[in-house]
Design a protein around this ligand. Sequence first.
Ligand code: DGJ
Length: 726
Amino acid sequence: MIRFNETTGVFKLDTKTTTYALRVYQEGYLVHLYYGAKLPDDDLSHLMYRGWFDSLSPWAHGVDDPLFSADIVPMEYPTNGAGDFRISALSVRGRDGNTVTDVRYVGHRIFKGKPGLTGLPATFGNEDECETLEIETEDPVTGVRAFLLYTVFEDSGVMARSVRIENRGEAAVELERAYSACLELPTMDYDMVHLYGKWAKENTTTRHPLAHGIQAIQSKRGMTGPNHNPFVALAQKHATEETGEVYGVSLIYSGNFSMEIEVDTRGCPRLLTGINPTDFRWRLEPGESFTTPEAVTVYSENGLGGMSRTLHRFYLNHLMRSVWAKRKRPLLINSWEAAYFDFDGDKLVEFARAAKELGIEMLVMDDGWFGNRFDDHRALGDWKVNEKKLGGTLKQLVDRVNALGVQFGIWYEPEMINPDSDLFRAHPDWAVCAPGRERSMSRYQCVLDMTRKEVRDAIYEQMVSVLSTANIAYIKWDCNRHITEAASLALPPERQGEFFHRYVLGVYDLMDRITTAFPEILLENCSSGGGRFDPGMLYYSPQIWASDNTDAIERLSIQFGASLAYPIAALGAHVSANPRTGIETRGNVALCGTFGYELDPGKLTAEEKEIVKAQVAEYHKYYELIRYGDFYRLTAPTEDPFVCDWEFVSEDQDEVLYTRVIMRRPENLYQPVRLRGLDPEKYYEDEETGQVYSGALLMHAGLDLSTAGGRWLQDGASLKKHFIAR
Ligand code: DGJ
């Protein structure tokens, strides 16, 4: 619920668990007051003060308050150069050439529901689920108006924020910083928790204390990249996985992002999230407007786990717009690790036949089906079926696979072009490059200039002319390089600073057109593994390939890390032929994700085939529990060198699936595992042994695996326990 108190000027935005408050102060200054656990108080205006005035902090014109300076109080949407020396959310270069920016309150409206964001992925909710506050602010000198949007999702306990900037002045202006949201906290008693990584080692969790000064995670790769994820949690120092206060901030954006935190000399952190200002500049002519990506914030009193579970449910219900978000998805096998480029139609049909016998429901033909694509040196951009390689048309191949009772999926890398391609020979200027410079190469490929509509149209038409010929059920959308020598030949010099954001808008446009034209196709994103694992992609594709690293032990930290911000239902995870662990453990780890296969089913031994059949049965058995249950990270692989434990609990607390993987056999086998999230009053039966335990016992005394099946577990082994309430 959102309320405005005319007397105090305080806006109070409540969800069922949280309160967010800000205030319209003298002279229209917008001051932040509070974000955290729900408060019953009506008047929160005193929360704006943070100690006595500093002598070097500027006075604010017309403000009759000796304690107020924009440099000291928490500012709701801080601007550049007008009295606040901390990092700013908005910086506009006006007609005079300076970047002094100062927006003040002019009005507001509160309404049920939530508007979409033109051209950008964003959360959604109906009028019963959410309410929106739009605050209008103005900088009278430039005529720039900033509309601050806040949507509260009452039941989810989540807020979504973005900013629309309009130029109502008479001259063009340039946005140099246009962040999506600012979060001001009163103490630095927090650790910064975030996800870093690289190819084949994505989403590793790291945690460190906030320090005075500026700390940031960012991308300037043109895409999110595996190096840092657009997500930050601020966890109170003593907060653990299940206890203590945690703020989660997630940005719905797939390009150059920034999560910037400044802890000022008073020890007050300011967090900004939005487009990375580096290499960003956006020209707004009079009458034009700009919308920032959306930021999502979560507050949890139940540690990092509570924050993750809130985000999981929220993204599943309010971000993943695909019909497949909640529909049962087919169990797939992907050809990549089974064949790489070395396949033909018959081989794929053979994969499908062998897979079908195991119960697998869909075959995905990965890279190598088009143009002259026999290796990764050529043909990106030539999205024409190589009928010679496939031994017929795509329709003929798909029909053969479908006749076996197996669905068919296909791989694309729509944003890329190889210099050795017909497309490049016809349109060399479509490959991104700054004039007068050599293109840096990466995987023998270049990036298509997705800022240009004619480029997007050409790729769209090529895709449609393939997709509409056959019964395609799934697309894997890959993206295997980042952007260098960034420039668009279609943009004038004064708009080159818009390139990176326009690129992302172009990708969203193409993804939107493809998913709108083929709404029944299940889209999975991928970027050299999990290089674009972000909420922007989740809007279009309900699953994202988490990593090219399919080693089950390495996958533990990758999947645990991704689970910090993303639902398990979104984590692309397959059983591959990677031999470090047995196929049982590979299956158990892939079950903590979308689950599928990435191997040659014909090469499995008879014994492995039986195991795969059992795994397929488990995929169906636990489908709902894993997708819609609550996920508990019990022992994280980044914290314990020996074991990794996790658990799913159904929403009604009637069903529990616990899994342990032994990374290294601990010396002491007696290590009871305490389950979480159960109903202490209920009694749970161990499906395997028939033994019954109370929820209280399983949570407080714990489960002794040294006597319950875990005794013989060696390095790389794993076990599961399934409990059902009686
Ligand atoms: C990178 C992806 O991560 C792989 O799964 C595979 O699709 C290759 N690209 C194909 O080139």
